[in-house]
Design a protein around this ligand. Structure first.
Ligand SMILES: [Zn+2]
Length: 340
């Protein structure tokens, strides 16, 4: 481990773009598979490691769906959520806004109230036992269309769990225009939630404009194609609209063809508030610490530069002012004490 890697490993961090099911590590999947012996997912650690080795995007979808198939009751949801927080604690992630897709579970027959109770129960336990603060972004799986949008907005606005802070939109962008989701985002915003759709990951800058205009996005998930439109970059910088950048995910999904050509440098140079995230970490063979190391290499950062990126995530988060000040102070104290 390099000196900078050690710095990153111990650095207190916040993560803003990471998916619930997509965070299921082989260890967690083995636990879930053991609860459901009829599942085709292997429980043997070696076979599971092989199953998890990222091959291509189609294989990622296969792994993702087989994990979705293991989330069958509220106890599975609770176990997954708490164990994801345990993996976060090991990386010194103090705060995470976890993107949760309630529709995937309610459609499979888990009652909405039981689902919400399970994640809230795990959230409270994670905070007191692991020191990880979790908040939720309920997202619409875009490929499932307006029925999923309606169900997600209904659960978000009617049940509105204490940990819920934002409303999102994920899934494929091609063939799933953003403007059609406007009424659902309007409802979520009226209920006091923040708007954080994915946009511009696999499509051009117009999708990001659509997310800003129609969905009133306050942060952009990915926003990879923003650098193709100088006016858009200037707009994001001027209005302090952060980008949730996930470098390894972008390479895995071919949103970028080569990590060295990732547009993160142009984003930073344009003055955009850039945050570093892991998206679906075990499925893309990464974790948040690895993503910080990638960003440090691409942006040629030392420990102080990495700490500044970590503080960007705190600033871009939906923590209250007291929480932001506390985590920023923790990052500063860690950096000041660092003898790398
Ligand atoms: Zn994502």
């Amino acid at each position: 481990m390099s000196v900078l890697d050690s710095f990153i490993a111990g650095l207190p961090k916040a993560e803003l773009h990471v998916h619930h099911v997509g965070s299921a590590s082989p260890r967690i999947v083995a636990e879930l598979a053991a609860r459901h012996p009829d599942s085709p997912v292997p429980t043997d650690p070696e076979a599971l490691a092989d199953f998890f080795t990222f091959r291509d995007f189609a294989h990622f979808i296969e792994v993702y769906l087989s994990v979705v198939d293991l989330i069958r009751d509220a106890e599975d949801v609770r176990l997954l959520t708490y164990e994801v927080a345990r993996d976060m604690a090991r990386q010194n992630i103090r705060y995470a806004e976890l993107t949760v897709t309630p529709y995937s579970s309610t459609k499979r027959g888990i009652p909405d109230a039981a689902f919400v109770e399970a994640i809230e129960d795990a959230r409270k336990a994670a905070e007191s036992e692991l020191g990880v603060t979790l908040r939720w972004c309920f997202d619409i799986p875009g490929e499932a269309g307006l029925e999923a949008a309606e169900e997600t907005a209904r659960i978000a606005c009617d049940l509105k769990p204490e940990g819920l802070v934002s409303f999102g939109l994920g899934g494929p962008e091609i063939g799933v225009p953003r403007p059609q989701f406007k009424p659902y985002f309007d409802r979520a915003l009226a209920a006091g939630l923040h708007s954080v759709p994915h946009a511009g990951e696999t499509t051009g800058p117009q999708t990001i404009w659509d997310a800003l205009t129609h969905l009133r996005a306050e942060r952009i998930g990915h926003g990879t194609s923003a650098t193709r439109d100088p006016k858009l970059l200037a707009h994001l910088a001027e209005h302090r609209i952060p980008l949730e950048v996930c470098p390894t995910s972008n390479l895995a999904t071919r949103a970028v063809t080569d990590l060295d050509r990732h547009p993160i440098k142009e984003m930073v140079a344009a003055g955009v508030l850039v945050t570093i995230n892991s998206d679906d970490p075990p499925m893309f063979g990464t974790d948040l610490n690895t993503e910080y190391a990638v960003a440090a290499r691409l942006l040629e950062l030392d420990a102080h530069g990495v700490a500044a990126l970590a503080k960007n995530a705190v600033e871009a988060s939906f923590m209250d002012a007291v929480g932001k000040a506390a985590l920023t102070a923790e990052i500063d104290a860690y950096t000041a004490a660092w003898r790398g």
